[in-house]
Design a protein around this ligand. Structure first.
Ligand code: BGC
Length: 764
């Protein structure tokens, strides 16, 4: 697969440990040690400044800059404006010097470096001993966390311990808006206001074009007021002081920071300053230890309900906890104006954009762990429906066309073939509504916002599709399915069948509403001017949707003509040529039957129960050898299907990439940020893969297996308000209810009522 592990992180069940400073992996570690709390995220960069390779990245969810896309020729439908999650304020800014010598890990003499992310408590610690050129040795420990409880709060603690001297240390601490946005190679902030009110020092930044505002403020604790000198520059505010340290005695500083983001550009600088300072005054007074106590409690409750425990495989134990940790950090449903970027809040690649990944890869994790978050993710799509409507009109369609890449609902993907030809964001939203309703049964949502989105997506699907001349069947022409190595194809299997599914589901909900919610049906019909001819039209198109299938072999053809494409043996491609986007000419990628990520198999995962074991096997065996997994989303889906097909060795091989995708830098680009949406697939890989869960049928069903090398694994699922515990070992599958009403599940094709008794059955 062209993926090789780069292992330098120490294995530990609860901690991510870097033992010894590793400059070569500097930016990879910055990504790995990222912290976030949905509202903001900060890379694991060094607080004290560093002259080596780095990305001092600090992001606030939804804070974006915008720009024109410079095109020499622009046609209708091509995206003309881009938005990107912009690098904001370095709130950890610190500079340290002794005897005029500045601490800089790429130049200073340091030893006993250790960086530890403690996932149980949600805190990052870094420590080392610095031997100055004048022979002074000092141990310095940095600690930081972003509060999961107070989302605008970030806390930093620095502890100095002089080992062989008493004397002064010079410290600067501040808030720095002068950082570059790395992808644009420039700074994108103006700082129209700075100031000090009592102990709080603050700066207000405004993005140059989007005019969004961020107020950043801090209070420093542990330094006597009289020694502190307050100073400011154009895009910086901070303090300087000289601290006397006693030999062998620890001295600590605490910096309590508030970052307040305002996206509403009609708010004036003065208003944002006032609102932000009010929050800062409230939050900055908190004691570090108290805030940390809240943080610990938060994570304790997360792990209590959402942990996955693997016995007999510490590497993957660490890996899966890391995935769960990062998913919660990225999103936990605080605000439905936020979504999940492909890189979360950990880097600038993919510009902070949300893709169809949210609905197809991330949503199951939230449905089964945090339904409120699941709902808010779908609400995001409702809130951005007006943008999707605009996009449909730009593409000469009716209804709503959801963007393939977005920050705020508008399409921001500059590659027209992706932005205009991919329908999977729209069908993904419909799939999410269906999946959420199936598992959560939130009819209030379905009969109001859900149905509105479904109708608008169906309108788009009915207007975007056309009738083929030869077969007189309905289908989608000139599209790009999930396999992005094939563009402008006709009748892509995934697109057609997801279109069919969406139209059928919309009609089904409308019928359900005639019986169960006539009043709401009436309202939506009026609001959207829905008429019976339209429904008839959808029905006709749904019933006549062309599904490319070869009767002789039982293989669904990925798109018209796919079987005729020149074959390429993917194993003959030298490993150094991956990722192919970097080494092959763009069009060469399209000229063969090589697949980037699952397409036919993707649908067979999403609507798994519609296919027989035999059909899945035939299709898996045909498509898997043609797939190069250039997308990190790809291996887990193959692993899940391989488990089902009892190809256990293969399932485990694919699984290896999932939990440790970033910890072992499998795709060689973790430096750019984490593969946040792929790590959601790691959770699916265990629960849907080894756990054999299927959530698309009438009842939640399981066919568990266990990798040979594992002693056991266990996970919890929140299902219809009931928290269930599953444990699978080499002999048994044990399931019981932790709390909530009695529910029924299916295990190895038998239904079990989970009342007060545990169910224990032999592993098959
Ligand atoms: C994949 C897409 C995905 C995007 C963001 C691309 O490489 O092909 O399916 O949505 O990455 O993760």
């Amino acid at each position: 697969m062209g993926k090789i592990a780069d292992k330098y992180i120490k294995i530990d069940k609860w901690k991510i440990i870097e033992d010894g400073f590793n400059a070569y992996n500097g930016m990879v570690s910055e990504s790995i040690f990222s912290l976030g709390n949905e509202y903001m995220g900060v890379r694991g960069y060094f607080d004290e400044g560093y002259s080596g390779e780095k990305l001092i990245g600090s992001y606030l969810n939804g804070i974006i800059e915008k720009d024109e896309i410079k095109l020499s020729n622009s046609y209708k439908g091509m995206v003309k404006n881009k938005t990107y999650m912009v690098n904001t304020v370095d709130w950890l800014y610190t500079r340290i010097s002794i005897d005029g010598e500045e601490l800089d890990l790429s130049r200073s003499n340091i030893r006993e470096f250790k960086r530890i992310l403690d996932m149980k408590q949600g805190i990052l610690t870094r420590e080392f001993i610095w031997d100055t050129s004048k022979g002074k040795s000092i141990k310095i420990t940095f600690e930081r966390f972003v509060s999961m409880v107070e989302s605008k709060l970030g806390c930093q603690k620095i502890v100095f311990e002089p080992l062989n001297f008493s004397g002064n240390i010079e410290v600067e601490s501040g808030l720095d808006f002068s950082r570059w946005h790395q992808a644009e190679k420039k700074n994108l902030w103006a700082c129209p206001k700075k100031g000090k009110e009592k102990n709080i020092i603050a700066i207000l930044g405004e993005t140059l074009k989007s005019k969004q505002k961020v107020l950043s403020a801090f209070e420093l604790k542990g330094v006597p007021e009289e020694i502190v000198r307050y100073f400011m520059e154009e895009k910086f505010v901070g303090v300087k002081f000289s601290l006397f340290l006693d030999k062998s005695k620890k001295r600590r500083l605490e910096k309590i920071v508030v970052n307040y983001a305002e996206k509403n550009i009609s708010k004036t600088i003065e208003e944002v300053w006032k609102d932000g300072m009010a929050v800062a005054k409230k939050l900055c007074s908190i004691e570090y230890e108290k805030a940390f106590g809240q943080q610990r409690d938060y994570w304790e409750s997360v792990w209590k309900s959402s942990d996955i425990v693997i016995e007999g495989d510490e590497e993957n134990q660490q890996g899966i906890r890391y995935c769960i940790f990062q998913l919660y950090q990225t999103y936990h449903g605080e605000d439905s104006r936020f979504n999940i970027g492909a890189k979360g809040l950990t880097g600038e690649a993919y510009s902070g954009n949300t893709f169809w990944d949210t609905e197809t890869y991330c949503l199951p994790f939230y449905i089964f762990n945090n339904p409120r978050a699941a709902k808010n993710l779908i609400e995001f799509r409702y809130k951005t429906l007006p943008e999707a409507r605009k996009r449909a009109a730009e593409l000469d369609c009716e209804g709503a066309f959801y963007p393939i890449a977005t920050n705020d609902g508008s399409e921001t993907c500059g590659l027209w073939q992706h932005a205009s030809l991919q329908l999977q964001a729209s069908t993904g939203v419909a799939y999410a509504i269906w999946h959420y309703d199936k598992l959560i049964e939130d009819k209030k949502f379905l009969y109001t916002k859900g149905i509105e989105m479904l109708i608008e997506i169906s309108r788009m699907l009915a207007s975007r599709g056309q009738w083929g001349q030869k077969n007189n069947k309905f289908g989608y022409f000139a599209v790009m399915g999930p396999d992005e190595f094939q563009m402008m194809v006709n009748n892509n299997f995934y697109t057609n069948i997801m279109g069919k599914k969406t139209l059928a589901y919309t009609l089904e909900v409308l019928i359900e509403m005639t019986l169960k919610a006539p009043q709401q049906l009436n309202e939506i019909e009026k609001k959207l001017k829905l008429c019976s001819q339209e429904l008839e039209d959808w029905k006709l198109k749904e019933e006549n949707m062309y599904i490319p299938y070869d009767e002789k072999t039982g293989i669904y053809e990925q798109h018209d003509g796919y079987f005729d494409l020149p074959h390429i043996n993917i194993h003959s491609i030298p490993v150094e040529q991956f990722p192919l986007y970097h080494s092959w000419s763009y069009d060469r990628i399209y000229r063969n039957d090589m697949i980037k990520q699952p397409d036919v198999l993707m649908y067979m995962f999403l609507h798994n129960q519609e296919f027989s074991f035999e059909t899945k096997k035939i299709n898996y065996e045909y498509y898997e050898p043609r797939t190069i997994h250039e997308s990190s989303l790809s291996p887990s889906i193959h692993s899940i299907l391989a488990s089902e097909l009892k190809k256990y060795g293969e399932a485990f091989e694919f699984f290896k990439f999932a939990t440790r995708m970033d910890l072992d830098n499998y795709n060689r680009n973790t430096n750019e940020g984490l593969h946040t949406t792929s790590i959601a697939a790691a959770w699916m890989n265990i629960v849907y893969g080894f756990g054999g869960m299927r959530s698309d049928g009438k009842i939640l069903a399981f066919k568990p297996s266990i990798p040979d090398t594992w002693k056991s694994y266990s996970f919890n699922l929140l299902y219809k308000g009931t928290l269930l515990h599953f444990k699978i070992d080499n002999k048994f599958v044990t399931v019981y209810r932790i709390n909530g009403p009695v529910v029924k599940v299916n295990i190895y094709d038998e239904d079990y009522l989970l009342d007060s008794n545990e169910v224990k059955i032999a592993l098959q």
